[in-house]
Write a protein that binds this ligand. Structure first.
Ligand code: CU
Ligand code: CU
Length: 332
């Protein structure tokens, strides 16, 4: 395991948002050769489009690895008496968060973030939780539910299970996470995910995406070394998200970043509507939103133009350490 301080990584990664990412980090599995676009004798690399997007971007994994986290299950119109059932198991797993950089995570179902949980308002949500990890865990859902379903008191020891059951309320974009102590550790190790409750009358059709913003403290110094959406640094720069211009793009966005006070999403080349917490009548019209940990909301973009549009944290440091990607907006 490489031992880098946050500062060393940052120093190495400074040109990264415009450079072939991570090549300068001298990480295992990477050659020490300079990014091909760097001019000798110049301090400022002149970098082409290619270095920032698609095959020149080193991100871990293949093109569809994160589909289950990016594309939520379908919204269902309200039906009286329906039960929505999910199986979640906690498991310790080493995951690759950047090329050659591994993180000893605590996960729900083997991924960070965990699976997207979705129900319609007043569905009976039933989540069968099995703790196959090495520490006591819980699932704490945001939303309205009884005290004994809150994931605070009923701590589930390793090898045990617990079933959470309550009517899903209120409609909105929510989240879930472990609430065992020490809370900071159980969250930054990776036990969290998106929890969507659809209104009884579903939202208008859209190209729906989920983005959970997070960070990883890979050297154990209490600060994040990498930042991502949906768990892998630079993933959506390596594999841009293809969308059609003809239909609204709806993003369910949540922030589960530990250690840093805020995170944010900024979209290039366009504006979007933002509904905080995915509830109520208030929509903001902007190109940048900020969230503290636990905040979340719904973004709706009607792209004005086709082409490649970047999105990233507007903390430039986070973007340089992995939290950036692209939409590839297509006209059919
Ligand atoms: Cu836990
Ligand atoms: Cu919370």
């Amino acid at each position: 395991m490489p031992k880098f301080t946050r500062k060393q990584i940052l120093a190495g990664a400074a040109p990264l948002i415009a450079a072939a990412p991570l090549a300068r980090l001298n990480l295992p599995g990477h050659s020490h050769s300079h990014p091909s676009a760097t001019h000798e004798g110049h301090n400022h690399p002149t970098l082409g489009h290619a270095a920032m997007i698609r095959e020149h971007v080193p991100a871990p994994g293949g093109p569809h690895d994160l589909d289950k986290l990016l594309y939520p299950p379908e919204a269902l119109p309200y039906k009286r008496g329906r039960v929505r059932e999910y199986e979640l198991f906690a498991v310790d797993k080493t995951i690759e968060v950047a090329p050659g950089v591994h993180f000893n995570a605590w996960t729900y179902n083997g991924t960070v973030p965990g699976p997207v949980i979705r129900a319609t308002e007043d569905d009976l949500l039933r989540v069968n939780f099995v703790n196959g990890g090495s520490h006591p865990h819980t699932i704490h859902f945001h939303g309205i539910h009884p005290s004994n379903m809150d994931g605070v008191f009923e701590v589930v020891p390793p090898g045990s299970s617990f079933t959470y059951e309550f009517p899903a309320r209120p409609a909105g974009m929510h989240l879930y996470h472990c609430h065992a102590t020490p809370l900071k550790k159980h969250i930054h190790k990776g036990l969290y995910g998106a929890f969507i409750i659809d209104p009884k009358e579903p939202r208008p059709p859209a190209q729906e995406l989920v983005m959970v913003m997070n960070g990883y403290d890979t050297d154990g110094d209490g600060g994040n070394n990498f930042y991502t959406v949906n768990g892998r640094s630079f993933y959506y720069a390596r594999y841009p998200i293809e969308v059609k211009r003809s239909q609204t793009v709806r993003i369910y966005l949540a922030n589960l970043t530990e250690f840093d006070l805020i995170n944010s999403l900024h979209l290039h080349g366009d504006f979007f509507r933002y509904q905080p917490t995915g509830t109520g009548d208030y929509w903001e019209y902007t190109d940048t939103v900020m969230q503290v940990q636990g905040q979340r909301g719904v973004i709706e973009i009607d792209f004005a133009n086709p082409g490649e549009f970047m999105f990233h944290a507007h903390q430039s440091e986070f973007a340089e350490l992995g939290w950036m990607g692209f939409f590839d907006v297509k006209d059919e």
